[in-house]
Design a protein around this ligand. Sequence first.
Ligand SMILES: C[S@@+](CC[C@H](N)C(=O)[O-])C[C@H]1O[C@@H](n2cnc3c(N)ncnc32)[C@H](O)[C@@H]1O
Length: 271
Amino acid sequence: MATTADELREQVRRRYAESARAVTEGSGCGSGGCCADGESDAAKFGEALYDAEQRGELPEAAALASLGCGNPIAVAELGAGETVLDLGSGGGIDVILSAKCVGETGLAYGLDMTDEMLALARSNAAQAGIRNAIFLKGVIEEIPLPADSIDVVISNCVINLSTNKPAVLTEIARVLKPGGRIGISDVVAEDRLTPAERSERGSYVGCIAGALSKGEYEAGLDAAGFERVSVEFTHEVADGMHGAIVKAVKTSRPEQKGLPVVQPAARAGCC
Ligand SMILES: C[S@@+](CC[C@H](N)C(=O)[O-])C[C@H]1O[C@@H](n2cnc3c(N)ncnc32)[C@H](O)[C@@H]1O
């Protein structure tokens, strides 16, 4: 019998609740071991994707709980005073690093649907002495924040887990301020792979089977109202499947979408 979207989301929630409990109880399954499908994937997922300086700023449990497939902080060029939203914030690693980047005049939100992850993230942020972070319970397909309220949306290995990706991309566009940007790490398939071939390479809850292809990601962002879209592969995680950096800017002139846009001046990023 086919799995419904609700059943699939519940499988995802259970998988990551178990992962959070394992880190909290110190029984392993951290550092990418739960997002990835095997021990050999440890270098492709998790804390290994952060540099030593970033890891040094984190409580051990936050680093251990890292289940991402990239390092969105390295590409988001966060600046002091900005408001950042991390979709699927897990154990809080990217929220903690973002909160440090944007400083006391800025704010970092984490959004996650899994209670156990939210508890772990709040504990990790408190341990790191972070006061400008807020963790929200909810789903990334219906972001519980007002329109035009966020400067930067980041996410690390979560959008592939969504059962309604067009809704996620539309919601990201809604909450971003005009001209706001995304810096997302995700698993992305080469365009040659059919959905069935992606499923042969790994499980849905393991961040492989639900991955969009590069062309699907670009088209989805374009349809949701983004411009200057780029999807760049960084490292292969399975045959034809890659950790990727996804960048785009919410169009500030929807009526001009599709026309050439002048590049903004270089930002003085803090990270
Ligand atoms: C692979 S983990 C990544 C966690 C974190 N971004 C990191 O890099 O360590 C996926 C996280 O996304 C959350 N998640 C998955 N699907 C979600 C959805 N539809 N809405 C909200 N959270 C979701 C899970 O609860 C889990 O914490």
